[in-house]
Write a protein that binds this ligand. Structure first.
Ligand code: PTJ
Length: 250
C-alpha cells in the first residue's frame, strides 16, 4: 500500500488505485487493467462517485435475475479479482454458483494466480478455462470456457467486460449481467442488465439484495425483472454522465 494518509480528500480513490497496482505487481491484473481502471475512474467522477438510482434499480434487477437463474455463473477477470476477491466468493456462496476465471489478455500464469487469489479470499468453487468447451461467435482468449461453467450457464455475471464476449453470450441465448461505469460501452448496451456503478460499491449492494430477495416468491422476482427497462436505465445513466437532470431524481 502507498503512504496516502486517511485524511487525504481522494483517499478512497487512491486506495482503489493501490489495489489495482498491487494486482499488477502480483500478476493478477493485466497492465491493460490500469488503463481500464483509469477510464472507470473518470466515469465514476462524472456520476459523483456514489450509487445513483439507475445503479440501485439495476442492482436489484440483477439480484432477481441471478436468483431466478437455473445455472448462474460469476465470471472473474484480472481487475475484478484485484478489487473485490472476497465479495466475489461471498456472492457465489450466497447464489450457490461457481466462479469461473475468464480473461481477455491470454496468460495461463495469470489465470492460476487469479484462482489462487479467489481461494485465498474464501472462494469455494473456482472453475478454469478449458479447451473442451468454446463459445461461438468469438475469437479472443475469452472463448475458452469450462463445460460445467460459463458454457452451460443461463445467466452470467460479467463485470468489467470489453464487449466481444458479452455479444457472443447473448447470441448463444444466454442472459448477461454486467457492471460498467461507462453506459455507452458495447457491453453496457448489449447486456441484459447493466449496473452503471463502481464495482466496489456494487458488490456489497448486490450481496445485500440477493440476501433480501432470496426467500421471495418466483413471481416477485419476475415482477422485479420485468420492471427493469434497459434503455431507460442506460439513458438515465448517460444523462448523469453528461451532466443532465438525473441529479435531482437520485
Ligand atoms: O483481465 P483481463 O485480461 O480479462 O482484462 C480485463 C480488462 C478490464 C483490462 C479488459 O476487459 C478491458 O480492456 O476492458 P475495457 O475494454 O477497458 O472495459 C472495461 C470497462 O470497465 C470500461 O468501460 C470501464 O469504464 C469500466 N470500469 C473500469 N473500472 C471499473 C469499471 N466499471 C465499474 N467499476 C469499476 N471499478
Amino acid at each position: 500500500m502507498s503512504d496516502v494518509p486517511a485524511s487525504h480528500p481522494r483517499y478512497l480513490s487512491l486506495t482503489l488505485r493501490d489495489r489495482i497496482v498491487a494486482g499488477v505487481e502480483r500478476g493478477i491484473t493485466s497492465p491493460h487493467g490500469l488503463i481500464a481502471h483509469g477510464r472507470g475512474e473518470a466515469y465514476d467522477y462524472l456520476i459523483g462517485e456514489r450509487t445513483r438510482s439507475f445503479g440501485r434499480r439495476a442492482t436489484r434487477a440483477a439480484a432477481a435475475l441471478l436468483l431466478q437463474a437455473k445455472f448462474p455463473v460469476l465470471s472473474v477477470n484480472g481487475n475484478t479479482a484485484a478489487l473485490v476477491p472476497a465479495e466475489l466468493g461471498e456472492l457465489a456462496k450466497s447464489l450457490q454458483a461457481p466462479l469461473e476465471v475468464n480473461i481477455f489478455h491470454a496468460s495461463k500464469a495469470r489465470e492460476q494466480v487469479i484462482r489462487d487469489q479467489l481461494i485465498a479470499h474464501g472462494a469455494q468453487t473456482v472453475l478454469m478455462p478449458t479447451d473442451q468447451a468454446q463459445l461461438d461467435f468469438i475469437e479472443s482468449n475469452r472463448r475458452f470456457v469450462h463445460p460445467q461453467g460459463i458454457y452451460r450457464a443461463d445467466v452470467i455475471f460479467v463485470p468489467l467486460e470489453d464487449g466481444d464476449r458479452c455479444q457472443a453470450l447473448r447470441r448463444m441465448g444466454k442472459k448477461v449481467v454486467t457492471v460498467d461505469l461507462n453506459p455507452l460501452s458495447r457491453t453496457a448496451r448489449q447486456s441484459s442488465i447493466t449496473i452503471v456503478d463502481n464495482l466496489v460499491r456494487v458488490m456489497p449492494n448486490l450481496i445485500n439484495e440477493v440476501s433480501r430477495l432470496k426467500d421471495d416468491k418466483a413471481s416477485t422476482l419476475t415482477e422485479i425483472i420485468n420492471a427493469y427497462n434497459h434503455q431507460q436505465i442506460l439513458a438515465a445513466a448517460e444523462r448523469a454522465v453528461r451532466g443532465g437532470n438525473e441529479l435531482k431524481n437520485s
